[in-house]
Ligand binder design. Structure first.
Ligand code: PLP
Length: 458
């Protein structure tokens, strides 16, 4: 087995694995595991190549500061290469990106500037416009500009395309991918137009992006709406984009994307990110529509490790209406962590206050029911702990029972929704009970989420 001289040599040459348990109709589906790049995504390829191409052309001088606007993964690819080569790096990142990606970027030494994700191209706060402005104002800056940089598609023409062709033994009928900067699409188009002009290139696009409509109907919509899948979909056509060889595009909802990503993990053991879900959902649709058996390649663009707190988190999925729970038509439907399913985070009355504090922090909740076996004996919240330990830090080891509230107002499970309002108005949480059984807590945000889900259901 090979020993690499440095981490940049490990970019690319990613494995391909056959999907065995997903429903792929008459087709065979193969997964190109870009998540196994050292920075965790397909963007490591362009991170390295855009820097090296600019070094070679002389545009990038030693000591220059690199600047880029990125939805995250390009930043990681650039940070990987910049750190190895000794360039400072400033990244402008839209604020819808997962926290894990941002922590990762900072830990790799990049300076991260967060900006609004609810504004479109042309707005000064739009991440690419802001990056351009920062590059203009920073002495000795080099603006990477993945959306207009021909070295981006070149990386895919020189590496991604040839790897797929070799791995598939020169026998592949279609490739399914997502479009962000469009580097993957344009680079694959350039490569396969030479070696396999009949191969079909298929786009997986989030609903809300303008690209699927552009490909399928030829119309360029001025209106895009938002989507939650990260890294793919656009509200404009990037300068480097070349759609001329695209056979078809599928518009995939966030719900379909997250479900397909989770199914990929469950059935094939592959932990991909949200855009991988979009691509797998589109690839399955393509496969199921074929009347002839075909060999199809789909990308696993980045690792699902970056999305564990989102699409792989059942509470987040429920909160956002992507998972359905059995509906009861009463207050049970608002309890996010039902006690009857052993989902409620609790504390015992004899445990020390440090345990209550640590559990609140770990699960990101502000209060805990205090359970003595199966009986609810109190509630302890952040201010109970704070008031107990302020000026008396030794009291962190006192039992929870010394600081909890035991004068409890219960709400019956079949009470009207409206009965929650005075409880929240008094700054409390609702403690839901059926007969004498404790069912769980309802907080303000649970009610807000419930109301929003009801509106979405229309
Ligand atoms: C997370 C992520 N970023 C970006 C892209 C798109 O790549 P490109 O910028 O080459 O269009 C993908 C891929 O399909 C992706 O999954």
């Amino acid at each position: 087995m090979q020993v690499f001289d440095n981490v940049l040599e490990m970019v690319g040459r990613t494995p391909m694995v056959r999907a065995n348990r997903l429903d792929t109709g008459r087709c065979e589906l193969f997964l190109k595991l870009e998540a196994l790049n050292p920075g965790g995504s397909i963007k490591d390829r362009i991170g390295r190549h855009m820097i090296e191409a600019a070094e070679k052309s002389g545009e990038l001088k030693p000591g220059a500061t690199l600047v880029e606007g990125t939805a995250g993964n390009t930043g990681l690819g650039l940070a990987l290469a910049a750190a190895q080569k000794g360039y400072p790096l400033i990244l402008v990142v839209p604020d819808k990106m997962s926290r894990e990606k941002i922590f990762n970027l900072k830990a790799m030494g990049a300076e991260v500037i967060l900006t609004r994700s609810d504004v479109a191209k042309g707005h000064p706060q739009y991440y690419q416009d802001l990056a351009q402005q920062i590059a203009n104002e920073t002495p000795d800056a080099f603006f990477i500009n993945q959306f207009g940089n021909p070295s981006n598609p070149e990386a895919h023409r020189l590496t991604t395309g040839p790897e797929i062709w070799e791995q598939m033994d020169h026998n592949v009928d279609a490739i399914v991918f997502g479009v962000g900067s469009s580097g993957t699409m344009t680079g694959l188009s350039q490569y396969f137009s030479e070696v396999a002009p009949k191969l079909e290139l298929v786009i997986a696009d989030p609903v809300g992006s303008i690209l699927a409509e552009y490909v399928n109907e030829g119309t360029l919509s001025e209106k895009s709406s938002s989507w939650m899948v990260e890294g793919i979909g656009e509200d404009f056509l990037p300068v480097i984009s070349d759609f001329s060889r695209i056979a078809k595009a599928y518009a995939i909802t966030d719900a379909e994307s997250f479900a397909a990503g989770r199914e990929l993990l469950l059935k094939e053991g592959v932990l991909g990110g949200s855009s991988t879900g979009t691509i797998i959902a589109a690839a399955q649709k393509y496969c199921q529509e074929q009347s002839e058996p075909k060999r199809v390649v789909a990308f696993v663009c980045d690792t699902g490790n970056k999305y564990l707190s989102k699409m792989y988190n059942d509470y987040w999925m429920l909160d956002n209406g992507f998972l359905e729970r059995q509906q009861h038509g009463n207050l049970r439907d608002l309890i996010m962590r039902p006690y009857w399913k052993h989902d409620t985070v609790t504390v015992g009355p004899a445990e020390p206050l440090t345990s209550a504090y640590a559990r609140m922090k770990l699960y990101d909740v502000s209060q805990l029911p205090v359970m003595d076996d199966e009986e609810l004996v109190g509630i302890i919240d952040e201010s109970d702990v704070l008031l107990a330990v302020y000026d008396h830090e030794e009291r962190f080891s006192d039992p929870v029972s010394s600081a909890m509230t035991s004068d409890l107002d219960f709400v019956a499970v079949d009470a009207d929704l409206r009965s929650l309002l005075p409880i929240f108005d008094a700054g409390k949480v609702a403690i839901v009970r059926e007969d004498d059984r404790f069912l769980g807590l309802i907080t303000r945000i649970d009610l807000l989420n419930y109301l929003r889900r009801s509106t979405d259901r229309g």
